[in-house]
Design a protein around this ligand. Structure first.
Ligand code: ATR
Length: 282
C-alpha cells in the first residue's frame, strides 16, 4: 500500500464560492506535480478565529484569508509581520512548528502587477491618486509609499476614513482630497488607482472625468470583474496606459504558494487565460 502525505492549504472566506484562488493554486499544483490540495473553506465571520486556530491541528500548511476574515487573521495569528501590521490586515497565514504566522501579500501583488502591466510607462516620481480608503486601499497605499512615490492624493467618499488612513500610514506623504474634487485631483498625477468597488459587476459605475489627468499617467483598476472596467476603457480611449486588476489577484497568490508548497510559481499567460475564461462564465 502506498502512503501519501499531501500538503494542505486553502482559502477562508464568507461567502467563498466565488473565489478564484482554488483555480489558481490548483493550476500550479498540477503544473509542478505537487502532492497537495488547496481547498475553499466556507467559514462564518463569528467562527473565523476558531477556524484559523484549528489550521495547525488539521495539518494545514497554511491558508489565505479573504473577505471578511482579513482582520480576524491578524488577530488570531501567533505572529504578525511588520507589513501586515501596517496594512492592518492579513491575507496569508503560514503554519510553522504549530504556530501561525500572518503576512499580507496584497501590496506586493498590486505592485508586481502594476510594474508588469505598465512597464516603462510607470511613473512613480509623480503624485499618485488613490480612490477609496477601505482594506484594499490600505495595501495599495503601503505599496506605493514603499515604492517611493513623492505624494499620494487620497480621495474617498467618506472623508474621515481617508483622514484616518493618512494619519496612520502617511508619514506626511498623503494628502486627502474631497470626493467632490476627485476630477481636479488628477492634474499632475503619474498614476491613478481605483480601489473602490465602483465599476464592479453589480455595483454602480465610477463617475470620474479624466480630462485633467496627464496623457502619460498610468491607470490601474483593482476591480477585475469585469476585466475591462469603464475606468480602464475611458483611460485607454484617451491614450493612457491602463492596467487591469486580475494580475494583482494572480501575483498576491505567489508568496503563499511558495511558503506552503515549496516552489515559487509563475504567473503565466496560460494561467491568466484560465481565470479570464472562468470570469466570463459567471
Ligand atoms: P475593500 O476592503 O475591498 O477596500 P471596503 O473596505 O468596503 O472594501 O471599501 C470599499 C471602498 O469603496 C470604500 O472606499 C468606499 O467608500 P466609503 O469609505 O465612503 O464607504 C468605496 N465605495 C463603495 N461604494 C461607493 C460609492 N457608491 N461611491 C463612492 N465610494 C464608494
Amino acid at each position: 500500500m502506498s502512503s501519501r502525505n499531501p500538503i494542505l492549504a486553502g482559502v477562508m472566506g464568507w461567502p467563498i464560492g466565488h473565489s478564484r484562488s482554488p483555480l489558481i493554486h490548483g493550476y500550479w499544483l498540477k503544473r509542478h506535480g505537487i502532492d497537495g490540495y488547496y481547498v475553499p473553506l466556507s467559514v462564518k465571520p463569528q467562527e473565523a478565529a476558531e477556524a484559523i486556530r484549528a489550521l495547525p491541528k488539521l495539518g494545514f500548511a497554511g491558508a489565505n484569508c479573504t473577505v471578511p476574515h482579513k482582520h480576524a487573521a491578524l488577530a488570531a495569528a501567533d505572529e504578525v509581520d511588520a507589513l501586515a501590521g501596517r496594512i492592518g490586515a492579513a491575507n496569508t497565514l503560514v503554519v510553522r512548528d504549530g504556530r501561525i504566522f500572518a503576512t499580507n501579500t496584497d501590496a506586493e501583488g498590486f505592485l508586481t502587477n502594476l510594474k508588469a502591466g505598465a512597464g516603462v510607462a510607470l511613473r512613480l516620481d509623480r503624485p499618485a491618486v488613490v480612490l477609496g480608503a477601505g482594506g484594499a486601499a490600505r495595501a495599495v497605499v503601503v505599496a506605493l509609499l514603499d515604492a517611493g512615490v513623492p505624494e499620494i492624493v487620497l480621495v474617498n467618499r467618506t472623508r474621515d476614513r481617508a483622514e484616518t488612513l493618512a494619519a496612520e500610514l502617511g508619514a506626511g506623504r498623503i494628502r486627502v482630497a474631497s470626493w467632490d474634487d476627485r476630477n481636479r485631483a488628477l492634474a499632475g498625477a503619474g498614476l491613478l488607482v481605483n480601489t473602490t468597488s465602483m465599476g464592479m459587476q453589480g455595483q454602480p459605475p465610477l463617475e470620474l472625468d479624466l480630462a485633467d489627468m496627464p496623457a502619460d499617467a498610468v491607470v490601474n483598476d483593482i476591480v477585475y470583474a469585469p476585466l475591462e472596467t469603464g475606468l480602464l476603457a475611458a483611460a485607454r480611449a484617451r491614450g493612457n496606459v491602463a492596467v487591469d486588476g486580475l494580475g494583482m489577484l494572480l501575483h498576491q497568490a505567489v508568496p503563499g504558494f511558495e511558503a506552503w508548497f515549496g516552489v515559487r510559481p509563475e504567473v503565466t499567460a496560460e494561467l491568466r487565460q484560465i481565470i479570464v475564461r472562468d470570469l466570463g462564465e459567471t
